[in-house]
Design a binder for this molecule. Sequence first.
Ligand code: ADP
Ligand code: MG
Length: 695
Amino acid sequence: MLPGELTVAVARLKGAGPATLRDLHKLNIHTVAGLLMHLPREHVNRRDEVLLLEAASGKKMANTVVTIAAHSFFGPPHRQTLKLHVLDRQGTVAELPCFNRPFLAKTWPVGVQAWLSGLPESKYQSLQVAGFDLELPPPGHAPGTPLGLAGTMVPHYPLAGSLNHTQMARLVKQSLEDYAPVAFEEELPADFRSQHALVDLDSALRHIHFPPTLEDLKAAKNTLVWRELFHLQTAVLRRSLSSSSPNRVPVVLPQRLRQELLRRLEFSLTTGQMEVLKEIDADLSSSVPMARLLQGDVGSGKTLVAFLTALPLIEAGFQCALMAPTELLALQHAENAARVLDPLGVKIAFLSGNLKAAGRNALLEQLAAGKIDFVVGTHALFSDPVEFKNLRAVIIDEQHRFGVLQRQALLRKGEVVDLLLMSATPIPRTLALTAFGDLKTSVIRTMPHGRKPIVTHTNKMANQQKVYDFVKAELALGHQAYFVYPLIDASESLDLKDAQGMAAQLSSLFPTHKVGLIHSRLPEEEKTLVMEEFSQGKVAVLVATSVVEVGVDVANATCMVIEHAERFGLSALHQLRGRVGRSGLQSYCFLVFGENLTDDGKTRIRVMMETTDGFKIAEEDLKLRGPGDIAGARQSGFLKLSIADLGRDLPILMACREDLLQRLSRDPGFELPEHAGLKRLWEKCPPFSDELVAL
Ligand code: ADP
Ligand code: MG
């Protein structure tokens, strides 16, 4: 039996009354398995006694047995706060204020003994212990005697409501004694465990809660981390294999439309584009649907790759969909598609959430009837009423946080659908091995020919006039500029320039040029209009917030001015800079910064000066932000880890993956006797669930 299969309800445990159950449910604990995997956040060492006086004078935690001597109340009459008065064996008195915990009066009646830990402070002529823990001493403990070794390491758990550590420990102990099997089944292969010095699962689970020694605790933790990541990789690999079971007749890809598009282009494909197309073609013509992640820096020409991916499928009579994260980007892709694909006779449509009912219904009918070949839109594309006749490929742009379940939802719109995810943000290793561990990856490593490297300058706010003069000269040459600000409108609390205010100022600074304003609070129609005017060159200066961050493509723009650059994250700065340098024209990026830069702010600006390589910038970004990025992945439901930490345990994750891949190639069905446990685990891992860990 695996621990995860202990589905006995916690309600069956002795001492789990309605109030306790409510609190356990708050912690998302419903079964004995959940309780066992609710791990202590720390263990308190009860071996070395520290009496109240000694603790107060040495400013360390008290750790001793006290007697509850009295209860009293303080505060306004209608909101009285309980105070416990306690006494240690030297007769030292301390006061324990119980803010918002009146129920402690019942738990700790006068006369009982309790283990106290907490930091005493001399205040109001007495000793006060504000953040304290009280626990029952071990049964049979004689007052006044030293603590002894029983309960040397006491588990402290994340708590909710009026639960306390003693109660939790009792419930866990009961679960282990009454409900756990004599020994849990070992699912990890024996050679794997000995190779990594793991203890057996049974001791690991018992010792993580009640460790006899510190060494036992360490061994238990280490074992459970390896185990959790091994399970995670099992789920990821199982998913990648199950989505790639052969299930369609391979097709030869017709090339006429593609050739025609390439003939019409004013440029030829970069080697990077050609290489990834080869990889994509191999997927498209195989019996296994494509599941591929395409990474390529800003400006590397991913959109064209998307079109070239769709064309052979459209020529073969299928439908394709291109999804973008924002209305703005989707619209731009639709316009691009109209320009590039329309002349080839491809039927294109744009579907957005804002479409009025009449137009929308007509469009939905055409999609369902197969009269549209290529549909571009936002996530509205995959809402329920949308039906396709024969959807064959889904291409998703710049949305690498796309959840596995969302991916599944859109793949269900067709029978065997190819999936291509495109991203300019390099995917950190941890995500590549987990959330995207089921995708193959391609990288465009070259930029289009004739691109001049963007010249990046830094300027102090005080010298901004120089920047404005420079931009004026560029505008005079007929080029265009972006000005980006951290705020939409003026803020009282922050002394920052804002987009709205600066749009007005820049209009008077550049009186002969039209200045446009775009930010997220404008109605969609207005955004669309401004973007159109900017891409047609009617608007020369676009004032914006970071809404222009991803994907916007106006080749004639040569200046990107980012004011208060220190307020933007590295990946945002990189994306913003990538809006210029999209043609043979020399382009410039100005990072204008204010006073009082933080260390992180300085580092970000330095990195931007040193490199334009998006992969390097992403690495630096990860260093600066630490595992926060991974926390993001956790929140989005990819990973629910209870003990492993991907920021810290990446090497372990990689080792588990390697190990599993080797085992799979040696023993594909896990038929060998030493893989019996692994085989059960494999079968239990849900192939498509947001919850990757089977336990
Ligand atoms: P991204 O990868 O950032 O999405 P885009 O697809 O927006 O990049 O392409 C950036 C610009 O480069 C577009 O204007 C596109 O037309 C142009 N482009 C794409 N491929 C090439 C190429 N092989 N040679 C020259 N320009 C190209
Ligand atoms: Mg793009």
